[in-house]
Ligand binder design. Structure first.
Ligand code: AHG
Ligand code: MN
Ligand code: MN
Length: 339
C-alpha cells in the first residue's frame, strides 16, 4: 500500500536541483550540512536544562553582548558542519570577530561563503522560549582557488543565492529560499527527518500584529512613535487597534508574521543609534525570504537587499513583514531624515 507522505528535505533538494540548470549539487550539499547542524543544535536545545549548555561563558562577543554557552555551541556546530564538506570557502558569524577562511586544499575550489547568526534570541535560552538560527549564502566574488577575502562577505543582499532560518520552537522548522519561493520543513524527532510541511509560503498582504520592543519607546524616531500610536488607535475599518506580540527572538516574531501577517520593527534609538540587528546575517537573509513570500523589508527608507555592506557586523534599522504594514510605517517616517 502506497502511504502518501510529505517530501523530506533531502528529497526536495534533489527534486528542486533542476531550478539550477548549472547546478553541480554543491548548493544542495551545502544545505544538507546545515540540515545536519540544525538537528545537532536542536538536540542540545531540547535538553538544555539537563545538559551543561545554559548560562553564559563569562565573556562578551564582538558585539559586546554576553556570550551564552549555547551561542558558542551552535556556532561551533555549524562551523564544523560547513567545514566538513567541500562547498564552502569561508564563514562569517555573529560570534566571530573576523570571517573564518577555509584556505586548505579541500576547500580551495569551493565557491560559496556562508554568513550566520548561529543562535538568535540568546536572551531567551535560559527561560525556555523559542530561539533560532539564521543563515545567508553567497557565491564568492574573488577567484576560486585563491584565499577568500572580506569582499566575498560584504555583498549586497540582492546577491544571495540562498537564505534560511531554523526556529527551535514548539516544533523545530527549517525555512529557506533559493530565489524560487519559500518552503518550510518540520522536524519529525521520532525519525530525525525534516519533512515539507509548509510548501510555497506566502506572507499575507496585511495583518493585525505589530512586533517592537516598546520599552525603548522614548528613544524611537518620531515617525516610529506615530506608527505605534496608529497601531493602537481605534479604527474598525482597518481592524485597529492591532495586537502587540514581541517574543524577543527575531526568528520567532518573523516566522509568526510570515504565516499570519504582521510587521516587526527594530528602529534606531539612542541605545542603538544604527538599530540593533545586523545587516549581513539577520536582516539580509530574512529580507530575501520575506520578498520571496510577497512581503517587504526596508530600513524605513531603502530596500534592505540593496544596501551595500561596509562591515561584517554592521547594524541597520529593520522594518519587515506584510507589505502594506511596512508601507504604512514608512509613511510615518517619510519626510524625516534617513539614518
Ligand atoms: P541575538 O540573540 O542573535 O543577539 O539576537 C537578538 C535580537 C533579536 O533576536 C531580537 O528580536 C532582539 O535582539 C531583541 O532585542 P531587545 O531585547 O533589545 O528587544
Ligand atoms: Mn540574532
Ligand atoms: Mn545570535
Amino acid at each position: 500500500m502506497q502511504t502518501s507522505r510529505p517530501l523530506t528535505l533531502g528529497e526536495f533538494l534533489v527534486a528542486k536541483q533542476s531550478d539550477f540548470p548549472f547546478a553541480t549539487g554543491e548548493l544542495s550539499a551545502l544545505l544538507s550540512s546545515i540540515r545536519l547542524a540544525a538537528k545537532v543544535v536542536n538536540r542540545e536545545i531540547n535538553k538544555a536544562g539537563l545538559a551543561d549548555v545554559l548560562g553564559d561563558v563569562g565573556n562578551d562577543n564582538v558585539q559586546g553582548e554576553r556570550q551564552m554557552k549555547l551561542d558558542v555551541y551552535a556556532n561551533d556546530t555549524f562551523a564544523r558542519a560547513l567545514r566538513s564538506r567541500g562547498e564552502v570557502c569561508g564563514m562569517a558569524s555573529e560570534e566571530e570577530e573576523d570571517f573564518i577562511a577555509y584556505n586548505d586544499p579541500i576547500h580551495a575550489n569551493a565557491k560559496y561563503v556562508v554568513l550566520i547568526d548561529p543562535l538568535d534570541g540568546s536572551s531567551n535560552i535560559d527561560v525556555n522560549v523559542s530561539i533560532g538560527t539564521i543563515f545567508s549564502i553567497y557565491r564568492r566574488v574573488t577567484p576560486v582557488g585563491t584565499p577568500v577575502q572580506l569582499e566575498d562577505f560584504l555583498q549586497p543582499g540582492n546577491q544571495q543565492v540562498a537564505a534560511g532560518y531554523i526556529t527551535y520552537g514548539s516544533s523545530t522548522m527549517l525555512v529557506y529560499t533559493t530565489g524560487h519561493g519559500v518552503n518550510g520543513f518540520t522536524l519529525d524527532p521520532s525519525i530525525g527527518v525534516f519533512s515539507l510541511s509548509h510548501p510555497s509560503m506566502q506572507c499575507p498582504e496585511t495583518g493585525i500584529i505589530y512586533s517592537i520592543n516598546e520599552g525603548n519607546y522614548v528613544h524611537f524616531p518620531e515617525g516610529v512613535k506615530q506608527y505605534i500610536k496608529y497601531c493602537q488607535a481605534i479604527d474598525v475599518a482597518t481592524n485597529r487597534p492591532y495586537t502587540s506580540r514581541y517574543i524577543g527572538s527575531l526568528v520567532s516574531d518573523f516566522h509568526r508574521n510570515l504565516i499570519k501577517g504582521g510587521i516587526y520593527i527594530y528602529p534606531t534609538g539612542t541605545k542603538s543609534p544604527q538599530g540593533k540587528l545586523r545587516l549581513l546575517y539577520e536582516c539580509n537573509p530574512l529580507a530575501f525570504i520575506i520578498e520571496q513570500a510577497g512581503g517587504k523589508a526596508t530600513d524605513g527608507y531603502r530596500r534592505i537587499l540593496d544596501l551595500t555592506p561596509s562591515a561584517l557586523h554592521q547594524r541597520v534599522p529593520f522594518f519587515i513583514g506584510s507589505t502594506k504594514m511596512v508601507e504604512d510605517a514608512e509613511g510615518f517616517l517619510a519626510g524625516t531624515p534617513a539614518p
